[in-house]
Design a protein around this ligand. Structure first.
Ligand code: ISE
Length: 310
């Protein structure tokens, strides 16, 4: 495990206790105290000071990266250079150019080694919706709601696009099986619960290359509960992913089984030597859409075209 903050510590427990076929052997974090605390919660886990040394370690077969997105390019490249499978938390990186370098590096190896942490593709309610899509005819519109209780003041408006809305970017690409052609991100009234200068909530509109439309309200200081909903509207009806009631407190509880299934699928794919789940291409496509979303937010919500990768 590289990075044992909130998400990484949760994954560490998952790897150690709930996933078959894996053993947690080493952790690394810039906060050595935090790394030591996580390691000491499990038997036989070493703390390695540098993430690159952990990736190079001969006792490490595969790496789960839960470090910040700004560290991912160097760390994923290191995993690829050692031929080690990597599950990289979203976002893959913070810029389309750096994500594209990862696509190129994996392609040069000639085999898939990267899975990107878009866990909603493993969530039972989302997979049920996805597998029932044919029952509602051609998919026309998706409506999403994505609310968090609160976020630290360091979570700025751009991060709402890159770290939160990026889930709906991936859900849109997955459910439509299509690329996003343009993104608008509108900021209206900001909640007085949002830190000064943070535009929250935001409303995003994606136009898919094939004409579908996706709307998303993303509100990370909603004060109420963790509320994620999705409605897929087709030519013959609609399908929902509803939020459990009472609302869960956070994403760790709402998506606990999605994370379990995601990490189990990744571990099984490492054991079997075949990559599974969303890959580096999906991470790249999501980064291009997020980049367009940040630009739209900065330009007052004007639609920004996404350079559809060929
Ligand atoms: C967080 O990083 C996640 O991935 C959660 O799913 C999302 O709801 C939250 O807004 C992000 O900060």
């Amino acid at each position: 495990m590289v990075g044992v903050g909130v998400m990484g510590a949760d994954h560490a427990a998952r790897l150690a206790h709930r996933v078959a076929g894996a053993a947690l052997v080493a952790v690394s974090d810039p906060d050595m105290g935090r790394a030591a605390a996580v390691a000491s919660a499990f038997a036989g886990v070493r703390v390695v000071a540098s993430p690159l040394a952990l990736i190079a370690d001969s006792g490490v077969d595969a790496v789960l990266l839960a470090s910040p997105g700004s560290a991912h390019e160097e760390q994923v490249l290191a995993c690829l250079s050692f031929g080690k499978p990597v599950l990289c938390e979203k976002p893959l990186t913070l810029s389309a150019a750096s994500s594209l370098r990862l696509v190129a590096a994996e392609r040069a190896l000639g085999r898939r080694l990267v899975q990107v942490g878009f866990m909603r593709r493993f969530d039972p309610s989302y997979t049920r919706l996805q597998s029932s899509l044919s029952s509602i005819g051609r998919l026309l519109v998706l409506h999403n709601v994505h609310r968090n209780v609160s976020a630290p003041a360091s979570f700025r408006s751009e991060m709402i696009v890159r770290d939160s809305l990026v889930h709906e970017v991936d859900v849109a690409r997955w459910l439509f099986a299509d690329e996003i052609a343009s993104v608008s991100v509108l900021a209206g009234l900001s909640s007085r619960s949002a830190p000064s200068g943070v535009r929250d909530p935001l409303v995003a509109v994606f136009r898919m290359a094939g004409g579908g439309i996706v709307t998303t309200e993303v509100f990370i200081n909603s004060q109420t509960g963790y509320e994620v909903r999705c409605e897929a509207v087709g030519e013959r009806g609609s399908l929902f992913v509803d939020a459990p009631r009472p609302l869960p407190a956070d994403f760790l509880s709402r998506f606990a089984s999605a994370y379990d299934l995601e990490v189990q699928a990744w571990v099984s794919s490492c054991v079997e030597g075949r990559a599974a789940g969303p890959g580096v291409w999906d991470g790249y496509a999501a980064t291009t859409a997020s980049e367009a979303g940040v630009r739209s937010l900065q330009n007052g919500g004007e639609p920004v075209a996404v350079e559809t990768p060929s």
